[in-house]
Design a protein around this ligand. Sequence first.
Ligand SMILES: [Zn+2]
Length: 159
Amino acid sequence: MKQQTANSANTDLKKAGLKVTLPRVSILEILEEAEQHHMSAEDVYKTLLKNGNEIGLATVYRVLTQFEGAGLVTRHHFDGGQAIFELDTGDNHDHIVCLKTGKVAEFKDAVIEERLEQIAKDLGYTLNDHKIVLYGEVIESAKEKRRLQVRNTGTKKGR
Ligand SMILES: [Zn+2]
């Protein structure tokens, strides 16, 4: 499994016209494997450290910028946060960002996209690209549920 990822990272680097180096392979692997695949350079740096890879933060920044230039990753500048990187999958999705935690989720909505096409058309444009970023706060539903459960149990005991 691990070997497969390394191979695919190597292939992706070569396809992008980048020389295969250890920092590049390690960083690309992290981006390909990450569960939360929207990562700041610091997130990548910390994951490298956890994996026992001592690659400096400056190198991480440099490699991510090279990846961006080669079209491997997209860089986002969400309000009030650091630059966030993710693999460029070419699916042009949109994002919602938590103002408290910085947690990023993504979405794609056919109705919105159809509407944007129409707006552009009405204004006499073709639509080549769009970026929508929503800002909000993650609803702490799990926490809230637990609180209610505790309260319900308390009521039952009281009767
Ligand atoms: Zn995304």
